[in-house]
Design a protein around this ligand. Structure first.
Ligand SMILES: [Zn+2]
Length: 265
């Protein structure tokens, strides 16, 4: 049986999760987006696991800087990553439509999800979605290389995946994201309930999923920008009806608040 744990990394600066997937009976493990190597090696050694593979979603340092350290300790671990990522450490290059079989029990399909960056991919199977900096719990990544149109299309692509998928993103920004979500979607009952029941223990190891895709569809404004009442608010800020403009307007709104140019309180 595959188990999943989120190892906190770059705590206090970027607050990443490095997701480790492991099979205790076979002592095998795979890791997503290692921004650091030391906490991953500590975890693998403590659980007597051997690293089989490293899966990368995009080029940013907080997702790849742990690769050299991991390869030094586990030289036979295969590094998977996007076709578009300019990183010579990537050995198997992936794009939408590809499928990777990591073991008898573990395989992933690949989706191109550009927007946060131009090279971003996401991985999913019948149980789980790993979408790194495309979609967060309650929020989404910033525009750092892709276009608003690409980002909107990527989010709609993720929204079309099944509700039951366990949801894994690469940063712990839930509280900040849900504060903004409540600001733009204040009458959303599912969102209110989510905020009341919020139970985050970062920077402890997180066992299991952080959310489900279904909960994100109900409560995350970045999957709801083309739905009421958020759509009306975005149009009153000058957006037209296009997904591209609605997304761009919502993302700019969150950026203004993050930069202190507008206050939520
Ligand atoms: Zn990133």
């Amino acid at each position: 049986m595959i188990q999943i744990a989120g190892i906190p990394a770059l705590v206090g600066t970027y607050d990443n999760y490095i997701w480790v997937l492991y099979d205790t009976s076979k002592r095998k493990a795979w890791v997503f987006d290692p921004g650091e190597s030391a906490p991953v090696i500590d975890y693998l050694e403590a659980h007597k696991l051997h690293l089989e593979g490293i899966l990368i979603t995009h080029r940013h340092f907080d997702h790849v800087d742990g690769i050299p350290g991991l390869k030094q300790t586990y030289p036979d671990a295969i590094v998977y990553g996007p076709v578009k990522t300019q990183n010579p450490l990537i050995e198997k290059r992936l794009q939408e439509g590809d499928e990777i079989k990591l073991s008898d029990e573990l395989s992933f399909k690949v989706l191109d999800t550009p927007g946060h960056t131009e090279d971003h991919i996401s991985y999913y199977n019948e149980h789980a979605l790993f979408c790194a900096d495309t979609l967060f719990t309650g929020g989404c990544g910033r525009l750092l290389g892709g276009t608003p149109q690409e980002f909107a299309e990527s989010l709609i692509k993720l929204r079309n995946l099944p509700d039951h998928l366990d949801f894994y993103c690469a940063h712990e920004y839930t509280e900040d994201n849900l504060r903004f979500a409540a600001y733009v979607d204040e009458n959303n009952a599912a969102l209110k309930k989510r905020i009341e029941n919020l139970d985050i223990h970062y920077p402890q190891i997180h066992n299991g999923q952080v959310s489900t895709l279904g909960l994100e569809k109900e409560t995350n404004p970045f999957l709801r920008f083309d739905q009421q009442p958020i759509k009306d608010k975005l149009k009153s800020q000058g957006s037209d009806d296009s997904a591209e403009m609605l997304f761009a307007t919502l993302r700019e709104w969150k950026d203004r608040i993050d930069q202190g140019l507008e206050s939520i309180d």
